[in-house]
Design a protein around this ligand. Structure first.
Ligand SMILES: [Zn+2]
Length: 414
């Protein structure tokens, strides 16, 4: 079969088997290119292919190659390098991409870069780890050489050094699926508005996600990733709800014994309800509008009302903790009235500190803290032993936040 036909067929097959990738792939124009060192390559507009490689590939591998290129583009790997070293960045992006593909059910060719320790990590995180690895290896090689030098005092050492350096970089071999050289053109093209391109691809990803999900063919592994790429294009309410509800655990209700076991004389609770231990904090110091707070709290209330059982701590804090109320089944307080009361108490406007909230929650058995803040606080906080979701209001910043998940509360996504 001719290469072009084969490419077209693989794209159609992708649309049927993995519509998320299939839809996204349809935005890329096919173009033959003999100069590629690998089967394919993608920038923000085209899917290039080298017929010499394509003819020898089976459809399964070809589909993986195409999805690999698409994922690079959706994730913006072509323009996220900044001043990182090209070779290491190439490896990092391939490692990130290939894990996601594997988790989405694609068959990864055996000679591709795939390392379990990088599972669920972004290209940037992997890059830092690879860099560290390289430095350690260089250090080790240097130590070895100096030891050797000490023992033998031979002139050959210089040669040894350059050889071991070559070996190091040799391990960061380029993935065999696609050629990344074309990325440099995208990165340096001054006429391209990279932010605009990234936005456009986010929009496409949102649409493809909705369609694939509608067909029931959205790989679960990609859902979290999609939230991250699309934030803030996706509805913040949905993301918040999902993150919070992931923490609701089965609660054993001792008032409702499991009847199947009761007939054998065993009194065991039935695990029919969900239990959520949540803390909600509002930073009352900065520029958060009352409307934002109201929207945020109404969503929190809705989430609490949708679980069978919960315990929630509501905290308000600027430079100090002002309010700390608990609400839940055991407190006998009505959630609506408690949240209203909490909302009325939100007066502050001092400086911002997070530590009073984290100190108040230390060892309290909280599973998750949701913190509404403008992010304008550079206080260093140690990562706690519960999960944290930062909800940043419009105009707020996430640049000081060092752990946890971040959701942007944005008006256009209501
Ligand atoms: Zn690649």
């Amino acid at each position: 079969m001719k290469a072009k036909k084969k490419m077209e067929k693989a794209r159609v097959q992708l649309l049927l088997d993995n519509p998320f990738f299939g839809y996204l792939g349809s935005y890329l124009q096919l173009e033959e290119s003999d100069s590629l060192n690998n089967p394919i390559s993608t920038d923000h507009k085209k899917l290039y292919y080298n017929p010499d490689f394509i003819e020898g590939l089976n459809e399964t591998v070809l589909k993986t190659c195409i999805a690999h290129g698409i994922l690079h583009t959706v994730l913006g790997h072509q323009w996220r390098r900044e001043n990182r070293k090209t070779k290491t960045w190439n490896s990092a992006t391939d490692l990130a991409t290939n894990w996601l593909l594997k988790q989405s059910g694609f068959e990864i060719p055996p000679d591709s870069e795939l390392r379990p320790i990088f599972k669920d990590k972004s290209a940037e995180e992997i890059y830092s780890l690879l860099n560290l690895e390289e430095e350690r290896k260089k250090q080790k090689a240097a130590d070895k050489n100096s030891q050797k030098e000490g023992r033998e005092r031979k002139d050959e050492t210089g040669g040894e050094e350059s050889k071991s350096e070559k070996e190091n970089t040799g391990q960061l071999k380029q993935d065999s699926m696609d050629d990344h050289r074309i990325w440099e053109n995208v990165a340096v093209d001054q006429d391209l508005d990279q932010e605009e391109i990234a936005e456009e691809w986010k929009r496409r990803a949102a649409e493809s996600y909705a369609s694939a999900r509608g067909e029931g063919k959205m790989p679960e592994a990609l859902e979290r990733l999609v939230d991250e790429i699309l934030e803030p294009t996706l509805n913040w309410r949905r993301i918040l709800r999902r993150y919070i509800l992931q923490h609701a655990r089965e609660d054993y209700d001792w008032m409702r014994p499991d009847r199947r076991l009761l007939q054998y004389g065993v009194y065991y609770p039935s695990p029919h309800s969900e239990r959520l231990d949540l803390a909600v904090a509002v930073d009352t110091s900065g520029s958060i509008r009352d409307d934002d707070i109201e929207l945020f709290l109404s969503e929190v209330k809705g989430i609490l009302e949708s679980v069978d059982s919960y315990r929630a701590r509501l905290l308000a804090c600027d430079a100090k903790l002002h309010t700390d109320i608990s609400v839940g089944r055991d407190t006998g307080l009505d959630v609506e009235r408690t949240i209203d009361k909490f909302s009325e108490s939100l007066k502050g406007r001092g400086g911002t500190k997070y530590s009073p909230v984290f100190e108040a929650l230390d060892d309290e058995g909280v599973q998750i803290l949701v913190y509404l803040t403008d992010g304008r606080c550079s206080e260093e906080i140690e990562e706690p032993n519960f999960d944290v979701i930062w909800v940043i209001n419009e105009g707020g910043t996430k640049k000081h936040i060092e752990f946890g998940k971040i959701i942007k509360l944005e008006e256009k996504n209501f």
